[in-house]
Design a protein around this ligand. Structure first.
Ligand code: PAF
Length: 283
């Protein structure tokens, strides 16, 4: 496995691979890799010939009051995990390599970036789309793999790819969970053992919503209140939102449609903010 740290070398390598007919699959990450990333890399392996994993903690997607500086980093461990999972190249640039001091170009995908996650993190998604577009231009992938855990991010990236005509296939891979239901996340490392146990309430609340939605007789307010009760039993510091979303438009559902519903939530335990979601298919 090769480690590439500068933009020009990565672009040249991508060009060489493309010319030799190889299919490049990108797995963008912010590092501190875990089994969730491992599953994205495994998925990437079957989608092409060369798997590029980017490891870059992107400053532009963190607001000044967020956890950019304390975001967990362990590049040595990332290299081992990525290699064992079958990655071929790690792209690991410095902040200076990715952003000049004068950087002022951002991609804004509109209203959807201000809903749900965006209501609590208004500048987050423009940082994500900007860095992802840069990573696309640098690693020149045919396919890129993202996790369903960041469902709104995946939706926005698909929208950007479609509206800006990137010739890249976006694949979204399922959430990986611990046996107790906690969705894997690099931020779980902030949780104390007791908070980790309490945080299993997110999955219990999502499972409850599934049961109620599949039963068929409900209103969104009733289910939201029941989920809130489940979450409150775990003594969270704050419940940011519990939302019922149409996954095709990423708009909040007002009526109860046939088809698929995305239930998404964000909850804080201490200073740790966790997100999770569940896709529920109704016939
Ligand atoms: O999902 C993430 O880890 C990040 O938002 C991403 C897509 C790597 C962009 O920095």
């Amino acid at each position: 496995m090769r480690i590439v740290t500068d933009v020009l070398s990565m672009q040249r390598e991508a060009e060489r691979l493309r010319k030799s007919g190889q299919r490049i699959v990108l797995v963008p990450t912010m590092g501190y890799l875990h089994a969730g990333h491992e599953s994205l890399i495994s998925r990437a392996r079957v989608l092409g010939d060369v798997v590029v994993v980017s490891v870059f903690v992107n400053p532009t997607q963190f607001a000044p009051n967020e956890d950019y500086t304390r975001y967990p980093r362990d590049f040595k461990r990332d290299v081992e995990l990525a290699e064992n999972a079958g990655a071929h190249i790690i792209f690991h640039p410095s902040v200076e390599e990715m952003y000049t001091q004068q950087h002022s170009t951002f991609i804004d995908c509109g209203d959807v970036t201000q809903r749900f996650e965006g209501a609590f993190r208004p500048t987050h998604f423009r940082g994500v789309t900007t860095v992802v577009a840069k990573l696309f231009n640098i690693t020149r992938p045919h396919v890129a793999v993202f996790g369903q855990k960041d469902a709104q991010q995946a939706f926005i990236i698909k929208k950007m790819v479609s509206e800006l005509n990137f010739d890249i296939e976006i694949v979204v891979a399922p959430i990986v969970r611990e046996v107790n239901g906690l969705a894997l996340s690099s931020r779980n490392t902030y949780l104390s053992p007791a908070e980790r146990e309490r945080a299993t309430a997110l999955y219990r609340a999502l499972q409850h919503s599934k049961k109620r939605i599949l039963e068929g007789f409900f209103t969104w307010d009733v289910i939201r209140n029941e989920m809130r009760t489940i979450l409150e039993e775990s003594n969270p510091t704050q419940i940011d939102y519990i939302a019922f979303i149409d996954p095709a438009t990423f708009e909040e559902l007002t009526t109860v449609p046939q088809g698929t519903v995305l239930v998404a939530l964000a909850v804080r335990y201490g200073s740790t903010r966790l997100i999770d979601n569940l896709l529920i298919h109704r016939d």
